[in-house]
Ligand binder design. Structure first.
Ligand code: ADP
Ligand code: MG
Length: 696
């Protein structure tokens, strides 16, 4: 029987002590600990991946090709065949017919076990062979006539190579009998029609014969429902606990002040804030004025104008005498922010420090000194850079762009930046990929959310077309037309996984190809390897309309703003993530003319690639894009949880189980008040060892 190496990653961290297993544990015991199966309740909550039905015997004559079945019969003949490949052939007979068992690898002991006259129970997939129906490498068991059949389906657990399935089955069965699974909540609070937790687990580990497998597979069975509800409830409770704990934390109060940098910045802006921007600025300001740390997400579609909101928040902190750090996941993104903030704030007399991985040596030392002495009140850089070795004089506000990529561990690290002062900074996260509703109700229930749901005036919707790259010539003809009409065009080059060098090669070749195909047009080339000054020059030439076509790697993902650009071509669009495609597309449609985005792909498309491109063609709405992204990728990847090693719900599925989530969400606050002890026990049962992560 094959072992299935599919243990949920989250279990690995269930008990920090699990890794340092004492040497006297046996190998399977150690393997169990590594899977986080430490307490009896951990084992009881370790559920089967699937089941094998050994409760029934099929007559050999009734076997159908392709089905997995169990039969019992007597060996008629057992011999080693050497005509082609050496193999063991066994003929098994019951009252109805005969079945061939074929073993390509076998031990002499197996040959003895299957001696003629022996009664065997065998289980395997039925195949139609040359010599009639057969099973290749079935599971076999010698039995006495009339031996009883198991009284439950046989569970198959997720396990690892070092932990044999049979060992784990026994361990789970005995732990299940011992585990403290008493009902924690009064029965009326449990959704109607669901079994008790013990009944549910008993059923799922040992389903009685005849249980319909589809209801177990799709987890719609009431036993599954009970389990998922329990899990969601534990998660909701822990979110509420985290919120209560956060309310006890201290942060510097940063009340808005008239006549400072904030006032000057507003006056200097070349545009009026949209009403959505005004609203979120007020929401953020109210949080900053409090002596509890803000924990807020600012979400708004690409181009909705989050940067200026961030700048105003930074100004509020600075006016109150505290420093602000602005972090972005990539150097390029950080640099775009830096440029914008310098343009806005430097004329007002502020010193802004730039910290990046590539800035080293004396200039970096200088920057660090400025930050440590509070001469620089605003610091911009990548997540990693700001997180590690930067000492702030008085950090009051941290702004994190694209928080989905900002892991839990990083948030924890940030929290410790202000430790000396027994305070922590306010935290504002920004994202163009809004959190889907179900995630907002669960994982981010403890997060305040501000939404910019309005684009600055003068934007037009973008028409998106998906073309196979065999239609490249057609696309180039469209570019020729656009350029002929005085428009400008972006051509985004494929992303080559982890190879900046190849990215560059591709971009250079495409630049040459397009320059040749479009005589008379001036074509710029922008990529991450260009020195900053050259990058700026290439960008300026495009912004001012001196070049008509800009060939670029994903450098332009963010921050580029050229209203006259009305066409974007994305080559190998299937290699980009959905959020990234949406970000890229946001670079066009910024002027008054109708804009288009062409997604070129190379066949064959994977199913997820197809789903992504279809989503892009069907909607321009960031919320819908985020919802589809969640659907395609699942919450774990959506949130970048893979990287942080923190996996999500084990059993519940946020989309499918929304009604259960709603129920748990409504119940949790009441439980905390009316049954605080039960609430604590519930969280302990499900989430012991994860407390620190859940609070972040
Ligand atoms: P995002 O939310 O995607 O980060 P940005 O902050 O980069 O968007 O803003 C997109 C563009 O819109 C920028 O050029 C910005 O200066 C401009 N912008 C922001 N707010 C307004 C506004 N209220 N009116 C006009 N333009 C604005
Ligand atoms: Mg932005």
């Amino acid at each position: 029987m094959p072992d299935v190496d599919a243990a949920e990653p989250r279990r690995k961290s269930a008990d920090p002590g699990a890794r340092a297993a004492p040497a006297k544990l046996s190998a399977p015991q150690q393997a169990m600990r590594r899977l986080g199966l430490v307490r009896d309740v951990d084992l009881a909550l370790h559920l089967p991946l699937r089941y094998e039905d050994e409760t029934r015997l099929a007559p050999i004559a009734a076997l159908r090709e392709g089905e997995t079945a169990q039969v019992e019969g007597v060996v008629g003949d057992c011999r080693i065949d050497t005509r082609s490949r050496r193999q063991l052939l066994v003929r098994l007979r019951d009252d109805s017919g005969e079945l061939l068992l074929r073993f390509l690898n076998f031990y002499p002991s197996q040959q003895k076990q299957m001696a003629p006259g022996q009664r065997l129970r065998v289980r395997g997939e039925v195949r139609g062979g040359f010599l009639g129906r057969e099973m290749v490498h079935p599971a076999i068991k010698a039995v006495e006539p009339g031996a009883p059949l198991p009284q439950a389906l046989t569970p198959v657990y997720p396990t690892s190579a070092a932990l044999p399935q049979a060992y784990l089955r026994k361990a789970v069965a005995s732990a299940l009998a011992r585990a403290p699974l008493a009902e924690l909540l009064p029965a009326p609070l449990v959704p109607k029609g669901l079994p008790s937790l013990r009944q549910a687990l008993q059923f799922l580990h040992q389903p009685p014969p005849g249980t319909p497998l589809p209801a177990l597979d799709d987890r719609s069975h009431p036993a599954w429902q009970r389990l998922k509800w329990e899990e969601l409830l534990a998660q909701q409770l822990s979110q509420l606990q985290a919120r209560a704990e956060r309310a006890r934390l201290q942060a510097p109060a940063l009340p808005a002040r008239e006549g400072g940098v904030g006032t000057a910045l507003r006056a200097a802006l070349p545009f009026a804030l949209t009403s959505a921007q005004q609203r979120v600025v007020i929401e953020i300001g109210a949080d900053l004025a409090k002596a509890q740390p803000m924990h807020r997400l600012l979400q708004g579609d690409v181009g909705s104008g989050k940067t200026v909101v961030a700048a105003l928040a930074a100004a509020t902190a600075i006016d109150a005498g505290w420093q602000c750090a602005l972090m972005a996941p990539t150097e390029i993104l950080a640099e775009q922010h830096f440029r914008k903030l310098v343009a806005w704030l430097q004329p007002l007399g502020l010193t802004i420090a730039w910290l990046s991985g590539s800035r080293k040596g004396r200039r970096r030392e200088q920057m660090l000194a400025q930050v440590a002495s509070a001469q620089a009140m605003l610091v911009v850089g990548t997540h990693a850079v700001i997180q590690h070795d930067v000492a702030f004089a008085r950090l009051g506000l941290a702004i994190v762009d694209e928080q989905h990529r900002f892991g839990v561990a990083q948030r924890l690290a940030l929290r410790h930046k202000l430790d000396e002062q027994a305070q922590e900074p306010h935290l504002l996260m920004m994202s163009a990929t809004p959190i889907p509703r179900t995630l907002a109700m669960s994982y981010f229930a403890d997060l305040a959310v501000s939404t910019i749901d309005e684009l600055p005036p003068g934007r037009t919707p973008v028409l998106t077309k998906v073309f196979a790259d065999t239609r490249r010539e057609e696309v180039i003809a469209r570019i020729r037309d656009a350029v002929g009409q005085g428009r400008q065009v972006y051509w985004v080059c494929p992303l080559v996984e982890e190879s900046e060098h190849l990215d560059l090669q591709n971009a250079t070749a495409t630049h040459a190809e397009l320059s040749a195909a479009l005589p008379g047009a001036r074509v710029g080339l922008l990529h991450g390897r260009l020195p900053a000054a050259e990058k700026a020059a290439v960008m300026d030439a495009f912004t001012q309309g001196q070049t008509q076509l800009l060939v670029a790697t994903t450098v332009i993902e963010v921050g580029v703003d050229v209203p006259n650009a009305s066409l974007m071509v994305i080559e190998h669009a299937e290699r980009f993530g959905l959020a990234q495609l949406h970000q890229l597309r946001g670079r066009v449609g910024r002027g008054a003319t109708a804009s288009a985005c062409v997604l070129l792909y190379t066949a064959p498309l994977s199913p997820t690639g197809k789903a992504r491109l279809r989503a892009m063609a069907e909607t321009g709405d960031g919320f819908e894009i985020a919802r589809r992204d969640l659907e395609i990728r699942g919450p774990g990847e959506f949130m970048g949880a893979r990287q942080s090693g923190d996996a999500l719900l084990r059993f519940a599925d946020l989309q499918a189980d929304e009604p259960l989530l709603q129920h748990a969400r409504a119940l949790a606050p009441r439980l905390l008040v009316e049954h605080p002890q039960a609430a604590r026990a519930q969280v302990e049962r499900w989430l012991a060892g994860r407390a620190e992560f859940m609070k972040a």
